[in-house]
Design a protein around this ligand. Structure first.
Ligand code: SF4
Length: 369
C-alpha cells in the first residue's frame, strides 16, 4: 500500500463549512482546468463537489473524454485513478486525494502471482486461455491481460466481455473477483462444474480439472460485498415477502441466486430510480450508495440495506474533505501532490485491455428473474 503524508494540523481544525467554502472557491478559480470525479460509493460531503459521478465504467469513460482538463482529482480508489491516468492524455495530471485509498480486492492479485499462475496453467493445457480482469485491479494486471489478448471488464459489461473472450480462445482466466466471474458465467448458462477456483497459495485441483474447466476464477473477493449472506435474503423473504432484493454481482453466488435482480452499481441506481412509487427494495451494495438512494426516494419508495449496516468501503472512505481541500490548496500553490502515474510500458499494454473493453461497452444486468 502507498503511504500518505500526514496533513498539516490546520486541516483538522477547519469546520466542514470552512472546508466546503474553500473547495468551492478553488473549483471556481480553476474552472475547466480542473475536473473532480466521484465514485458512487463516496461519502456525501465529498461527492457534492464532484463534476461527474459514476461507477468505475462510467468514470473510465468520463476520464477518457477529459481533453481540456489539466487536473483530474479522482475521489475514488487507487486503481480508478490509475485507469484515469491510462485513459487521459499525457497533459492531464490525475490526483488521488489520499494515497492510502486502495482496494483490498485489487491487492489480491499481484503481477508476480498472476505470472506464476499463467506459467503453470499454460504448461498444463495447450488450449488458448484468455485473461480477463475486472477493472478493480492494478494497472500491471490490466497490462498483463492486454499483452495476452485479454481485456478488462466492469460489472456492467462482464457478460459481453466473457462472450468476447470465449470467441477469442478456449478458456478464461478471470481476475481478481471470483464472484463476478462465477455469477456472470453462470448467468450465461455455464454450470458451476465448468469453473475452478485458483488461489495463488492453495489449490486442490488436478491438471485434468484445469484441462476440463472453462473458467479459472481467481480467488479474490470484495471485502464489502462479502458481508451479504444468503440468510440476509432469507430473512427478507420471511419477514417482508413483497420486498424486492437487488444486489451487486460482487456478492457471492448464493446471494445472487436468492436475489430478484443483480447488476452493476449503475444498474441498481437505474432500476430503483425507474421503479414505481410504493415499491419496496432491499439493496445489497455499499452503504453510502444505499443511503443516497434512500434519501433520493424518501416518501415515495421504501428502500433499506440488505443485511446489517457494516458494508462500508473503508478505503474509499479515506477520501474526505480535509484531503480534498489539501490537494486543491497545493494545486493552487503550484504544487501537484499525490499524482498517480502509470509507467509507459504498463500504460501501453493496459490501454489495450481497457480499449478492448470500451469497444464492447454495454450496460446490462448480470442476471434478472
Ligand atoms: S467496494 Fe470492494 S471492490 Fe469496490 S473499491 Fe471497495 S473494496 Fe474494492
Amino acid at each position: 500500500m502507498l503511504t500518505q503524508v500526514p496533513l498539516p494540523e490546520k486541516y483538522h481544525t477547519l469546520s466542514l463549512e470552512q472546508m466546503a467554502e474553500r473547495i468551492g472557491a478553488h473549483k471556481r478559480a480553476f474552472g475547466d482546468r480542473l475536473v473532480i470525479l466521484g465514485h458512487h460509493y463516496q461519502r456525501d460531503d465529498v461527492i457534492r463537489f464532484a463534476d461527474f459521478t459514476g461507477d468505475s465504467l462510467k468514470l473510465s469513460q468520463l476520464a477518457a473524454r477529459q481533453k481540456n482538463a489539466e487536473f483530474v482529482v479522482f475521489c475514488g480508489v487507487h486503481f480508478m485513478a490509475e485507469s484515469a491516468d491510462i485513459l487521459t492524455d499525457d497533459s492531464v495530471q490525475v490526483i488521488l486525494p489520499d494515497l492510502t485509498a486502495g482496494c483490498s480486492m485489487a491487492d489480491m492479485a499481484t503481477l508476480e502471482q498472476v505470472e506464476e499462475a499463467w506459467a503453470y496453467l499454460t504448461d498444463v493445457t495447450d488450449e488458448k486461455i484468455i485473461p480477463i480482469t475486472y477493472v478493480n485491479s492494478a494497472a500491471s494486471i490490466k497490462a498483463f491481460c492486454g499483452r495476452h489478448d485479454g481485456a478488462c471488464c466492469t460489472s456492467s459489461n462482464a457478460r459481453r466481455i466473457l462472450e468476447y473472450a470465449l470467441d477469442q480462445g478456449d478458456k478464461v482466466l478471470f481476475l481478481p473477483d471470483q464472484h463476478l466471474g462465477r455469477n456472470t458465467a453462470y448467468a450465461m448458462g455455464w454450470p458451476l462444474e465448468s469453473m475452478i477456483l485458483y488461489g495463488p497459495d492453495d489449490n486442490d485441483f488436478s491438471d485434468e480439472q484445469i484441462r476440463q474447466a472453462k473458467f479459472i476464477l481467481w480467488k479474490g473477493f470484495c471485502s464489502v460485498h462479502q458481508y451479504f449472506t444468503p440468510e440476509d435474503c432469507a430473512q427478507v423473504r420471511r419477514t417482508d415477502p413483497d420486498r424486492k432484493i437487488i444486489v451487486h454481482p460482487e456478492c457471492c453466488w448464493e446471494v445472487v441466486q436468492k436475489a430478484d435482480l443483480a447488476g452493476s452499481t449503475e444498474y441498481i441506481i437505474k432500476v430503483i430510480t425507474e421503479a414505481p412509487d410504493g415499491s419496496r427494495w432491499a439493496v445489497g451494495t455499499e452503504i453510502n450508495l444505499v443511503h443516497r438512494l434512500i434519501e433520493q426516494n424518501l416518501g415515495r419508495k421504501d428502500i433499506r440495506l440488505l443485511g446489517k449496516p457494516q458494508c462500508l468501503c473503508t478505503t474509499m472512505f479515506r477520501i474526505d474533505l480535509p484531503h480534498l481541500l489539501w490537494c486543491l490548496d497545493e494545486l493552487a500553490a503550484g504544487r501537484v501532490v499525490n499524482r498517480i502515474t502509470v509507467d509507459p510500458a504498463t500504460r501501453r499494454d493496459a490501454l489495450l485491455a481497457l480499449e478492448r473493453m470500451l469497444e464492447h461497452v454495454h450496460a446490462e444486468p448480470v442476471s434478472s428473474k
